[in-house]
Every structure is written in structure tokens, then in C-alpha cells.
Design a protein around this ligand. Structure first.
Ligand code: ATP
Ligand code: MG
Length: 427
């Protein structure tokens, strides 16, 4: 029979890499907690209209990357979420979470975009997203950048470049758009098919082109910064001043426009030199107008998303992923009653906070030691029939090969309760 395989661009995360995912997720969770963010979990499937209305009709995502389908049971038009902001805001508005309140929210999970799969670009990928809602002024814009800067320090990544820009407000963007259209009309014969198509629908996106032949034209295009009014200018200036005071380096990139329609004022991307063409690992910005657009009234919003596959690729390239330390103690056992005796010892050790793997099935001690090695166990305990009879345990330190026989009654002396056991971690 023909084998059924996974869908192209949608990857299994197998046990040899899932440890790195779990480790990264736990680092992310404590970092988010330290900045006062709460978790929100929304459905993976939403009404297609939600994405069309928020991301924008003439964006890459909505035009050609969304997995949309009709629910054959009731005819609804649904989509797999291509990003997390739209669903989060839909939930926040639906449940009135901004009534006399601000919200600092984070989510993590799979997103879906029908793109050409390659290194760092998949059809199912994972994002960690953060949304700070209800905060005006540039303080939150600065805190968000500080927070990201902190994360790179926690993860020991030092080679990311921060690029920033100011997208102004809708009026300013409209003026810039007119200037862009007339500029690009003057160069129409040099534009590629994609840019020609965008010329009247979304000329801002032409600035984002990856076509090398268009770089000169795009570099000389009218800049949005020439159309910014006083309020936008001062928001941008304040933000930059705060980043300067925090000693966070940035590069101003006037062509940074982001691929989604809903942004205004501050936008930013963290770019890595270790990722080839798929270089952006974290991106976001302000999107004040979106709340109103989704029926939530006037309000303020800023957020960002980190591509977790890309972050793991960077950590791997820099050799910053921790070694697998899942197994502290392996219990080798062979002979009558040794399995039962080992269960008891394993339970005691687990209650004291150790990760214990007990051998199951009577293999030779040689093959059991090999297993312990493969698991990276720090200690191997050996239980044979004599050990059961004498209530003794043979302990071998795997690092230096030293062996020691201890009395079962003294197990807790040799392996005391660990600090940082489950209970303490929860506090
Ligand atoms: P790109 O310019 O690389 O296509 P984007 O602007 O479409 O990125 P965003 O919508 O801003 O990306 O998503 C935030 C982050 O999610 C990106 O910076 C990236 O790290 C990650 N990301 C986006 N699309 C993919 C994908 N198809 N596969 C893996 N990661 C992705
Ligand atoms: Mg994209």
C-alpha cells in the first residue's frame, strides 16, 4: 500500500529536536512572565473575513498564502490562521477585555501560509506573539524593544541587527502613497510584473521588493519620512531617544514597511546574518487602527512575533542549544525481583526531584550501560539479585567511571532533595 506522508512544508518535530523546543518555550515563558504578560489561546481556524479585513486584501498573505476553505457542513468560509494578531484582537474585542483596562498578552502556536518551503520558510511554522493593548505614547514601544533585547541576552545571541522605521498615520501614508504612485509611474517601463500589479493597489509594498533590478528605483523613491506630520515625528523621536538612553543600537530603515496593512507609527525587525535570505527572526510594530477596524473603538496596540523555527536555526548555528540533560539517573537491573526493587528506588529518587529512567526487560548489563550512555545519564545504578538481598545499590558516575556501593537506607544522603524541584519552581 502507498505510504501516506506529511504535507509539504509542514514538519514533524521529532524527539531529537523537541527537547530544544521545550527548552526554548520554557525560557520564553519565564521571560514573558518577567514583563507581566499573560497567555491567551485562540482557535487555529477563524472566519476568512477576519484575516481579509485585518491583514488587508492586497497583501501577499491574503492574496496567495492563506489556507482558506468552505466548511462543507454549513458553507462558512474559514481559514487556517496565517498569523496571530487578528485572532487575538478578535477575542479581546469579543470578550470586552479592554473595557477600562489594558492588556499585555502572549500566544504561541502554529501558523499556516502557503509559501514555497525552504530553509527557515515553511507552510506550517510557529510563532511566539506578544500584544500590548491600550498603551499610548512611545514608552511601550521602547519597553517592547527592551524586552526583545533582553531575550537575545538571555539566549546569548549577539548578532541581531535592529531595524526601525515610522509609518506615520493613515493620512500621512495616503499622501506618501500619491507621491509614490506618481514616482513609480515615471519609471513604469522598468518595473517588474509584481510591482506593476502593486502600482495602484499597494505601492508601499513595491518598496519591500526583493528584486535586485529594482533596488535603485526603490532607493530613490519618495520617503514616507518627508510626509510625516509633527505628531508622528515626535512619537518617532521620543522612541529613538528612549532607545538611545537604553543604549540599544538600531538602524533606521526607511524601506521597512512590513507585509501587513494594519501597522502605523513604530515598526521594527530584528535581522540575523545567520539565516540567509530568511533573515528576519522577530518583527512587529504599532497597529492602533486595527482595533477600531475590528469593531473595538478607538484604542492603542503594539505587538510583535518571533519565528520560532528561525530562532532555533540561529541558536543551532551559534551552538547555543543546551545538551540533552533529560536523564539524571539510569537504573540497570537484572534478575528475579530486581525490577520491583528498582521501581521503589526510582520512585524515591523522582520524589527528590531527579529524572530517572529504569531499564525495562532483562537485557545484558552491557547493553543497559550503553542505553544509559545514549540517554546522557549522569549516574547509573546497578541492581542485581545480591543488591536486592542486601539492600545495597551500586552507583556508577558516568563522567569518571567511579563506582560506589551505598546502603538503600542512605540513598537520600547521597541523592538529597534537589533545590529547584517542581514545587519550588512553581513559586
Ligand atoms: P518574511 O519577510 O520572511 O516573509 P513576514 O514579514 O511575512 O516574513 P511576519 O508576518 O512579520 O513575517 O511574521 C513574523 C515572523 O514569523 C517572521 O519574522 C519570521 O521569523 C516568521 N515567519 C514568517 N513566515 C514564516 C514562514 N513561512 N516560515 C517560518 N517562519 C516564518
Ligand atoms: Mg512573508
Amino acid at each position: 500500500m502507498q505510504k501516506i506522508t506529511a504535507i509539504k512544508g509542514m514538519n514533524d518535530i521529532l524527539p531529537d529536536v523537541s527537547d530544544a523546543w521545550l527548552w526554548l518555550e520554557s525560557q520564553l515563558q519565564s521571560w514573558l512572565k518577567s514583563y507581566g504578560y499573560s497567555n491567551i489561546r485562540t482557535p487555529i481556524v477563524e472566519n476568512t473575513n477576519l484575516f481579509v479585513r485585518s491583514i488587508g486584501e492586497v497583501t501577499d498573505i491574503v492574496e496567495k498564502e492563506m489556507y482558506s476553505f468552505t466548511d462543507s457542513l454549513n458553507g462558512d468560509s474559514l481559514s487556517l490562521r496565517p498569523e496571530g494578531t487578528a485572532g487575538t484582537l478578535r477575542a479581546v474585542i469579543e470578550h470586552n477585555l479592554l473595557y477600562n483596562a489594558t492588556q499585555k498578552l502572549w500566544y504561541i502556536g502554529p501558523m499556516f501560509r502557503h509559501e514555497r518551503p525552504q530553509k527557515g520558510r515553511y507552510r506550517q511554522f510557529h510563532q511566539l506573539g506578544v500584544e500590548a493593548l491600550g498603551f499610548t505614547g512611545s514608552d511601550i514601544d521602547a519597553e517592547i524593544i527592551l524586552m526583545q533585547h533582553d531575550l537575545w541576552q538571555i539566549l546569548d545571541i549577539s548578532n541581531l541587527e535592529l531595524q526601525i522605521n515610522c509609518l506615520g498615520n493613515l493620512d500621512e501614508r495616503a499622501k506618501h502613497r500619491e507621491a509614490l504612485i506618481s514616482y513609480f509611474e515615471g519609471h513604469k517601463e522598468h518595473l517588474d510584473a509584481d510591482a506593476q500589479k502593486r502600482l495602484y493597489s499597494n505601492p508601499l509594498r513595491i518598496l519591500d521588493t526583493k528584486n535586485p533590478a529594482l533596488q535603485d528605483i526603490v532607493n530613490n523613491a519618495p520617503k514616507l519620512s518627508d510626509h510625516l506630520g509633527e505628531e508622528s515625528m515626535s512619537h518617532y523621536a521620543n522612541w529613538k531617544k528612549q532607545l538611545d538612553n537604553l543604549k540599544i543600537n538600531y538602524v533606521e530603515n526607511h524601506r521597512l514597511v512590513r507585509g501587513l496593512d494594519y501597522y502605523n507609527l513604530s515598526v521594527f525587525e530584528w535581522v540575523s546574518s545567520d539565516l540567509g535570505a530568511q533573515s528576519t527572526v522577530c518583527a512587529g510594530g504599532r497597529y492602533d487602527p486595527l482595533i477600531k477596524q475590528l469593531g473595538g473603538g478607538d484604542n492603542y496596540a503594539i505587538g510583535f512575533a518571533i519565528g520560532l523555527e528561525r530562532l532555533l536555526l540561529i541558536l543551532e548555528a551559534l551552538n547555543k542549544l543546551p545538551r540533552n540533560t533529560a536523564c539524571d539517573i539510569f537504573i540497570a537491573n537484572m534478575g528475579d525481583d530486581t525490577a520491583m526493587y528498582s521501581f521503589g528506588i526510582a520512585r524515591e529518587l523522582r520524589a527528590s526531584g531527579y529524572n530517572v529512567v529504569q531499564n525495562l526487560g532483562n537485557q545484558s548489563f552491557k547493553s543497559q550501560f550503553k542505553k544509559a550512555d545514549n540517554l546522557g545519564a549522569k549516574f547509573t545504578m546497578v541492581i542485581g539479585e545480591n543488591e536486592v538481598k542486601n539492600k545495597q545499590i551500586m552507583v556508577k558516575s558516568m563522567a569518571d567511571g567511579k563506582q560506589l556501593s551505598i546502603n538503600h537506607s542512605e540513598l537520600a544522603l547521597s541523592f538529597p532533595t534537589r533545590s529547584g524541584t517542581k514545587l519550588e519552581k512553581e513559586i
